[in-house]
Design a protein around this ligand. Sequence first.
Ligand code: NZQ
Ligand code: ZN
Length: 387
Amino acid sequence: MIYDFEFYNPTKIYFGKNALDSLEKELKNYGENVLLVYGKASIKKIGLYDKVINALESTGKKVTELSGIKSNPTYNQMMEGARLVRENNIDLILAVGGGSVIDVSKGISVSAYCEEDPFEKYWERFERLDNKIVPVASILTMAGTASEMNAGSVITHEAKMKKEGRVFCSEVNPRFSILNPEYTYSVPKIQMVSGVFDVMSHLCEQYFSGEDDNTTDYIIEGIMKSLITSTRKALVDPLDYEARSNIMWCATMGLNKITGLSKTQDWEVHGIEHQVGAYTDCPHGVGLAIVSIPYYKHIYSYGIDKFVRFALNVWNVDAKGKTKEEIAQEGIQKMADFIVEMGIPTKLRDIGATEEMLRDIAFSIAEGGGYKAVTNEEIYEILKECY
Ligand code: NZQ
Ligand code: ZN
C-alpha cells in the first residue's frame, strides 16, 4: 500500500432475508415527506412495493411517487424528480430498484436545489457540490453497480447523446441500504449476467493498474473468484440463496471504495461503454463485456506481469512450459469464455450499434487508461474489433 489514503463510507448496510425489517426503524430518523423512486414493473411484481408502502404508512409518511425510471436513467427523469422534491418539500428520497433507480435518486438529490443546470455543473464541469442535498436511502433489487454503497451517479443526457458518470462526496452515499438477495431471484437472466459482468469490470478497472504489491489486489482476486464460482451456481439454480447472496455482496464490495484503496486505476472500459450506452441504450454490463476483451488484448503487453498474475490467481491457468505472453493471453481468453458461458452478446452489432456510429462514439470519449493511455484513434480501432 504505497499511496496514502483516507477511507470513509457512511452507508449503513442491512443484508439478508430479514433486512427489510429494519426499514421502519430507519424511516423514523427522517421527516414526513418521502419521494419513492422506482422503475417500471419489477417491484410490484415481486410484492416489494406493497411492503414498502406499508412501512411508509405505518411510520406516518406522506409519499410522493416517481415511477418508470428507465434503465440508463435520463436527465429528464432526474429533472422531473428534482421538481417533485422542491414542490413537496421532500425529506428523504427512497430508491427501490437497481443501479438506475439509485443513481437517478442521487442525481435528484444534488439537482433539486442547484441554481444552474445540474448536468452541466456536476456531470460536465465536475464542480464541487455546493448546494443543499436531500438524503437518499435504497432498497436494492438487482446486483451489479454498487450504487447502494457509493456516491456515483451515471445519467444519460439524451439530447446531448452523452452518458456521464460523476462520483460525488460521501454525503451523497445512500444513508442506509437494504439488501435482500431473494429480491434478485426474479431478475431476467440477461440483466443478471449484465450485473455480474459489471462487477467483474469494476474489479478489472481497479486491478489492471499499478505495479506495487498492494493488499487491495489480493482482495480483488478473492472477490473475482467468489463472483465466478457463485455465478456458475446461480446460472444452474437461480434460486440458490448462497450464490445470490455472494453475488450481491461481491457487487457491493466491487465499488464501495475498498477495492480501490491505495491504487491507481484505469476506468477506460467504462468510459467507452458509457458512450456505447448513450448511442445504443444497451444494458451497462453487456456493453462492458463486449468492449473488455478487445481492450485488454490491446493493452495487456504494457502491464504483462499483472495479466500473468490474473491468469494464474483468478483463472488457475497452468503455467507449465508457457511464456508470460501465452499465460497472459490465456487469462484474457478465460474471461472471454466466461462471457460466452454466461450468454452475453459479444459484438456491438448484436446490441443495435451500426458501423457508421463507431467513429462518432470513439471521438466522443475522453482519452485515458491504465497501463497504456489510449487515443481516440485507438478507441476507434478497438470499437471496430468489437463490431
Ligand atoms: O424497471 P424495472 O421494472 O425495475 O426493471 C429493471 C430494469 O429493467 C430490472 N430489474 C431490477 N431489479 C429487478 C428487475 N427485474 C426483475 N426483478 C428484479 N428484482 O432490471 C433492469 C435493469 O435495471 P438497472 O437498474 O438499469 O440495472 P443496473 O443495476 O445494472 O444499473 C445500470 C445503471 O447504473 C449505472 C450504469 O451506467 C447504468 O446507467 N452505473 C452506476 C454506477 C455507480 N452508481 O457507481 C457504476 C456503474 O459502473 C454503472 O455505470
Ligand atoms: Zn459499471
